[in-house]
Design a protein around this ligand. Sequence first.
Ligand code: LMR
Length: 329
Amino acid sequence: FGTLVAGIVAVCVLSCGAMAQQAQPIVIKFSHVVAPDTPKGKAAEYFKKLAEERTKGRVKVEVFPNSMLYKDKEELEALQLGAAQMLAPSLAKFGPLGIKEFEVFDLPYIFPSKDVLRAVTGGPVGASLLKKLETKGIIGLAYWDNGFKILSANKPLISPADLKGLKMRIQSSKVLDAEMRALNAQPQPIAFSEVYQALLTGVVNGTENPPSNMYTQKMHEVQKHATLTNHGYLGYAVIVNKKFWDSLPSDIRAILEGAMSEATVYANAIAQAENDDALKAMKASGKTEFHDPTPAELEVWRKTLLPVHRDMENRVGKDLIESFYREAI
Ligand code: LMR
């Protein structure tokens, strides 16, 4: 009898173990640095929902917003090491990884419209940029929008001359460094998670970001003025660890690719409204005064910033810049 019980127990242990193993979901840690209530934050949650529903629990997506798991630089290292599986860093943050070309997106006034942007990211140029990531053990799945950046500080920024000498926080992009130098400001790369504190304590005097980031990080509480220059684009590449992605069962990968396509449509559909709402909310708060430049003022900003394209030819590639121009014709 004792042997029989032991046998039953053994069978159960084996089969229960196997069942438990089967039920173990594939976990995707999706780390990002912005608030949940932003275009990227919402799109990450939407991807999670679709991915989990459609794989019927075989995939679990854990979204970590607000740099709670990793900050800017760390998240890229974590992805390469396989500690995180999915990220959506801004296109301005790939330089430290050794891929400078994405900084073309940072060139001031490079996109005359969202249509041109879409033509670039949805076409062969966008695809070939994502392909470059593979040499770093990364696969680029999609481009997600945030929006166009505005400039802020504690003094009015009516013309480029107003930035002279100001310490301005930037993302870690050489193009953004050149942009701030063209304005005679002093650029300082700082991780996104530290920007609010840096503005509060005066480590920097101002910054640039789309309204949605400015609002959700409460930067408007520590910036008295902002100007709606819309001078540069902020968008993301959704990326995954290549080894992880290639190791997925092909049916699962196909479902996740479908979920990503839909999350991308969603991200790009909500981004503008998210930024419009954030700007409205900041205006209503009365903490920051927003200046909407006249066409003549805008022309001065453009004239001052456009030479950055030429200056950065060596950094991002003349041909690449020209391929962006061609989409605008
Ligand atoms: C920034 O650092 O300003 C942005 O890249 C943050 C983000 O992910 O939108």
